[in-house]
Design a protein around this ligand. Structure first.
Ligand code: ATP
Ligand code: MG
Length: 200
């Protein structure tokens, strides 16, 4: 059987339990050999927005995932300059692993809805599958996806996963207002946020 690797790209500013539950559930449902979390150095959809240093986001992703033997973290997007396009990341991964490995790009339902805005999405869909996880308040419109992508829509799979109404935006806001984020992020991530005085 071909090796199956899950790719989880994101800003992870900070990583939270919503991300971890999605990754674990999809790793299980799609029999993935592992999930590689890839913090985006320069997220193309967030240009002009203030985001934390990639080094902090990478460290928090490491802290959150280190106890799961199926999870890995890659700094490959941090080694490139310019916007972190998933297309370039997949091309690099295919060069590294060869065509014998199947790649499954993990996204939340909100990202599924905006896939048509991604850089070179048609080429990206020819390089990997997309697996979309449920997210509260977001319902991917499969008819719209089929209309936009035609036969390539077969590479987009949406799955019901346990829904958590958690976002990094809300966590940053809670920290700024001095509210608790306990049990929303892993304990080590919470401690790191306080130690590095992030989001104040
Ligand atoms: P922000 O509010 O800063 O955009 P976020 O919580 O959306 O942060 P991202 O780093 O932007 O987190 O998300 C990375 C990926 O994880 C995206 O594909 C997003 O859809 C997905 N995701 C994030 N939070 C959830 C969640 N609670 N449930 C399902 N998917 C999620
Ligand atoms: Mg987001």
């Amino acid at each position: 059987m071909k090796k199956r690797i899950g790719i989880f790209g994101g800003t992870f500013d900070p990583i939270h339990l919503g991300h971890l539950i999605v990754a674990e559930t999809l790793m299980d449902e799609f029999s993935l050999d592992k999930v590689v979390f890839i913090p985006a150095a320069v997220p193309p959809h967030k240009l002009g927005q203030e985001i934390s240093d990639a080094r902090h986001r990478y460290m928090m992703t490491m802290l959150a995932t280190c106890s799961n033997p199926g999870f890995q973290v890659s700094d490959m997007e941090m080694k490139r300059t310019g916007p972190s396009y998933s297309h370039d990341t997949l091309a690099e991964l295919i060069r590294e692993h060869g065509r014998e490995t199947e790649f499954y790009f993990i996204v939340g339902a909100d990202s599924v809805a905006s896939l048509h805005t991604w850089n070179r999405i048609d080429e990206l869909l020819s390089m990997c599958h997309f697996i979309g996880a449920s997210r509260p308040g977001c319902m991917p419109d499969m008819a719209d996806i089929r209309r936009r992508f035609g036969p390539l829509a077969e590479k987009i799979h949406c799955l019901e996963t346990p829904e958590l109404e958690i976002s990094s935006t809300d966590i940053r806001e809670r920290i700024r207002r001095g509210r608790t984020v306990r049990y929303i992020v892993p304990e080590a991530v919470e401690q790191y946020i306080y130690k590095e005085r992030l989001y104040l």
